[in-house]
Design a protein around this ligand. Structure first.
Ligand code: 13P
Length: 263
């Protein structure tokens, strides 16, 4: 397959960390750290995924100071509006200039019993409201032992893409559950193998053009010391970063992966 020019995406999933005051201070610090390092923001896209309660504050800051970061949410409702206490509509996120929304993170699949069907419905809800879904897939340690690395992520992605139009703008994140927060990242080769299989799913379901332009991220214990090795792989187009995205210096170093040599 011809290699399309896919802009790398480095995405920080804050999970349930940083209140709105901390969020503002953090985004300012990250911005200035990258500016001081003369980072070229066009070469690598940076996105932050704060908790819902922070989004308005971060949006206002990004807008006022013209900070070149995209904004995303960590989840959305399958519904547009109505009697769904505690839920947040994609329409509201779009109004806040959110570009992305994470869907099907393993923590939601595990702690909130999100099935493949719920994930697929959320992908449709995101697209309906003009948000780019960041579709998370990944195998547990038990899945890895039983089925190998690719089987579960492949079937999760097939389910998530059901009914999605070929022209849809999506991002896929491969996050092996055993690598999340464990300090034990996948090897670059493992990440490449699964990301290549996931690109094959996109090609099969949405076509070659979609497969060539869709970014596939690796996530799970990414840090500045290992990011360059993942980014060297042809089918890894970026990273979804948890813990290391909460430290402005460390996250800036991850965003600046192009400067790391010999890692
Ligand atoms: P860590 O980077 O903390 O392993 O988390 C990865 C993750 O779950 C990002 O969504």
């Amino acid at each position: 397959m011809a290699v399309a020019a896919r802009t790398p995406l480095i995405a920080g999933n804050w999970k349930m960390n940083l209140d709105h005051l901390q969020a503002v201070a953090f985004v300012q610090k990250l911005h200035w750290t990258l500016k001081d390092a003369k980072h070229e923001s066009e070469s690598v896209e940076t996105a932050v995924f704060p908790p819902f309660t922070d989004i308005r504050s971060v949006q206002t800051l990004i807008d006022a100071d013209k900070i070149p970061f995209a904004l995303g949410a960590q989840d959305l409702s399958v519904h547009d509006s109505g009697a769904y206490t505690g839920e947040v509509s994609g329409a509201f996120l779009a109004k806040l200039d959110a570009t992305y929304v994470i869907i099907g993170h393993s923590e939601r699949r595990e702690y909130h019993a999100e099935s493949d069907a719920v994930v697929a419905a959320k992908v449709k809800a995101a697209l309906k409201h003009g948000l780019v879904p960041v579709i998370c897939v990944g195998e547990t340690a038990a899945d890895l032992e039983e089925h190998g690395a690719s089987a579960v992520p492949v079937s999760q992605l097939e389910a998530a893409l059901e009914g999605v139009p070929a022209s849809a703008d999506i991002v896929v994140a491969y996050e092996p559950v055993w690598a999340i927060g464990s300090g034990q990242a996948a090897t670059p080769q493992q990440a490449q193998d699964v990301c290549a299989a996931l690109r094959g799913v996109i090609a099969k379901v949405l076509g070659d053009e979609a497969a060539a332009r869709t970014r596939i991220l690796y996530g799970g214990s990414v840090k500045s010391a290992n990011i360059a090795s993942f980014m060297r792989e042809p089918d890894v187009d970026g990273a979804l970063v948890g813990g290391a995205s909460l430290d402005a210096n460390e996250f800036a170093a991850i965003i600046r992966f192009e400067k790391h040599v010999g890692v």
